[in-house]
Design a protein around this ligand. Sequence first.
Ligand code: COA
Ligand code: MG
Length: 289
Amino acid sequence: MTIPDRPRRSALFLPASNAKAMAKARTLPCDVVILDLEDAVAPDAKVEAREAAVAAVAEGFGDREVVIRANGLDSPWGEADLLAIASSKADAVLVPKVNGPDDIAAYEKILCAAPAELQLWTMIETCASVARLPEIAACAEGGRLSLWVMGTNDLAKEMRAQLTPCRTPFLPFLSMAVAAARAAGIAILDGVCNEFRELDVFRAEAEQGLMFGFDGKSLIHPAQIDPCNAVFSPSEADLAWANAVIEAFALPENQGKGAIRVEGKMAELLHLEQAKRLVAVAERISTKA
Ligand code: COA
Ligand code: MG
């Protein structure tokens, strides 16, 4: 049973070129802060944003996990970004537009001198990557790769698909990515929802992500944090069910049984495991709060 070290319900992106947003992030209840050097930063601001990100990480973001998203190694800024992040205090570097295992190897190589604790997170956002998910996931073995973030905006662009609230064109990839990630013990976050004023639309998308099994969701705006944390925290009803399953399996008459009846439904030992995991996740969240 793998329990995440820290909750990763909400991962807020912000442009590292935006000093005001970085200061504000220190006051927000997101689990993860992702300082972006890539899509959200204009070419002329790249170098300054890199320095600002490293300085902001040194100042700290409280108990939030702190990640810097680098530019790709195929860009003029990628290598310098990676080296700067490798000697920063960031928990992870997030790299964009990975297409296959060769890209992971190139990132691992450039990070070879970084502290062992520095994690490698990757975006899953190219058409090539969705065809090679198990191969990319296999790179986690013995390496830094520990988490994927779905990049649905870039996928929509490459596919020429429409990113509508139901996300129909992306559903096969979302479930394949979650399965490939789980098979390799990689954590996985859902893509961003560009809608930050219509919170009902956001909430429905977050609930869809929960249904698919994501650990949490990447976000673009502070208004999305509270609904996201609520969706990705175990609900009272789920916890009540989990506790009922745990208590039922502990009864003397249920010792040695593999399947029992709990509140009119079947519960097997696999449900007991799920129940214990849910309770442990809820405890992690409550100790954080
Ligand atoms: N992180 C931290 N603070 C943020 C923020 C973010 N992602 N987005 C907005 N804010 C802050 C603003 O600075 C503003 O602060 P203030 O009240 O102290 O002035 C407040 O939240 C309200 O912002 P608002 O006016 O509603 O949004 P905006 O029009 O200024 O910005 C975006 C809209 C989309 C440009 C902005 O939210 C953003 O840059 N998001 C992240 C983009 C990104 O990183 N993309 C890459 C990954 S997809
Ligand atoms: Mg992108």
